[in-house]
Design a protein around this ligand. Structure first.
Ligand SMILES: *Cc1c(COP(=O)(O)O)cnc(C)c1O
Length: 401
């Protein structure tokens, strides 16, 4: 197969369209979907050579040409040496942790994490004798204090779910590296278009490609970006033998989605900005969280790390859960759904869905109020989304009047 030659030097958007492409002798312009689990050899000699490490494919749990194209493209966009795709974002998170940790090791993680990641850290790792300290990720000193000699990994997500706190990637990476600790960053909410954590020092970057990379709510997927030594020492052998492989079909969807990621992210950011401005002017809205608003507590840091504020806006309505549910029930265009990164605008009530497993005290500590709603702003006309929110907010005016 033919690969692109001068690829490494291309800019990010060119990588998004052409990076990692491999053409068959048919010279197809669009990337081919290799829906195959196995590969045939010219004879046993070739099979023997492949099993001894000669280039080429042997089995799709190990590697598949469509999946390889997806991995290479995201790696080029993130500025990462290598990438490995997985069946979902959670497969990527759990493989990254389990491949390198062993009994007696310690992990420091920011408290504001995707719910399933908290479960992996707190409930699964502890069964294998791996301990975890959760810290306020926005406070670099908290990371410094929590690191001890058994600490192997610092894990974080920025912006965080649902209140969009920003963790200082460079500060945390510098502290971790002083102690030989690996920094892992879940970059799903920013996407490779808006933030490249490796350029601030991260060692491993993880995505749920289910979200903005797919962009249309169709298929699950995940990817791990890392350096050659992490791949060779830990990840490759773990993935091959435990098998959380990405389907070639999903890899093909997500590969093609990367071509429009930048355009879509710009539109998500523009719509999210319009909607956060609209919400901040509503009398029944007491708080609006969006990283690129000047009233965001870490506005300057967000601007330093990200090239756009992202597609998620979180806001709090006056009147607690009852008012939040009334708003959600009154929506006619925006769907009630806990997913995000879709072309369709989706709204969720974090306290009773994504964060319902937390105790009320833990929710309060994470800043998640009962009146809080999270909107994953889609690609509809922003005026239609604002009108829908306006008529829904009107309902609670009536309730409260
Ligand atoms: C959705 C999500 C995940 C999990 O991804 P799946 O593809 O659903 O397994 C992990 N981290 C973040 C930040 C997410 O938004």
């Amino acid at each position: 197969m033919a690969t692109n030659k001068d690829g490494k030097a291309w800019r990010r958007q060119t990588q998004a369209v052409r990076g990692g492409q491999q053409r068959t002798p048919f010279q197809e312009t669009s990337e081919a979907l290799f829906m195959t689990s196995g590969y045939a050899y010219e004879g046993p000699e070739e099979a023997e050579a492949r099993f001894k490490g000669a280039p080429g494919y042997t089995y799709s749990r190990y590697a598949n040409p469509t999946v390889t194209m997806f991995e290479e493209r995201v790696a080029l966009m993130e500025g990462a040496p290598v990438g490995r795709a997985t069946a979902s974002g959670m497969a990527a998170v759990s493989a990254s942790l389990l491949c390198c940790l062993r009994q007696g090791d310690h992990v420091v993680a920011s408290r504001a994490l995707f719910g399933a990641i908290r479960y992996v850290l707190e409930d699964i790792l502890s069964r294998y004798g791996i301990t975890v300290t959760l810290v306020n990720g926005t406070d670099p000193d908290a990371w410094r204090k929590a690191i001890r000699k058994e600490t192997k990994v610092a894990f974080l997500e920025t912006p965080s779910n649902p209140i969009l706190e920003i963790v200082d990637l460079k500060a945390v990476s510098d502290i971790a590296h002083e102690h030989g600790v690996l920094v892992m960053v879940d970059n799903a909410w920013a996407s490779p278009a808006l933030q490249q954590p490796m350029s601030f020092g991260a060692d491993v970057v993880i995505h749920s490609s289910t979200k903005f990379i797919d962009g249309q709510g169709r298929a699950l997927g995940g990817i791990i970006l890392c350096k050659e030594d992490f791949l060779n020492d830990h990840l490759q052998i773990f993935l091959r033998n435990t098998g959380p492989s990405m389907s070639p079909f999903n890899a093909w969807l997500h590969l093609k989605s990367l071509e429009t990621l930048d355009l879509r992210m710009r539109a998500h950011c523009a719509n999210a900005t319009t909607i956060s401005d609209f919400l901040s002017g509503q009398r029944n809205v007491s708080r609006v969280c969006y990283p690129f608003r000047t009233d965001h507590q870490q506005y300057a840091l967000a601007k330093k790390q990200m090239s756009g504020g992202g597609g998620v806006v979180t806001f709090e309505v006056k009147g607690g859960k009852e008012a939040a549910f009334a708003v959600a029930n009154a929506l006619k265009l925006v769907d009630v759904s806990n997913n995000l990164g879709d072309a369709k605008s989706l709204l969720t009530h974090p306290a009773t869905t994504t964060h319902q497993r937390l105790t009320p005290e833990a929710r309060a500590a994470a800043g998640i109020a009962d009146g809080m709603l999270r909107i994953a702003v889609g690609l509809e006309d922003a005026e239609d989304i604002c009108e829908d929110l306006a008529q829904a907010l009107q309902r609670i005016n009536n309730i409260r009047a």
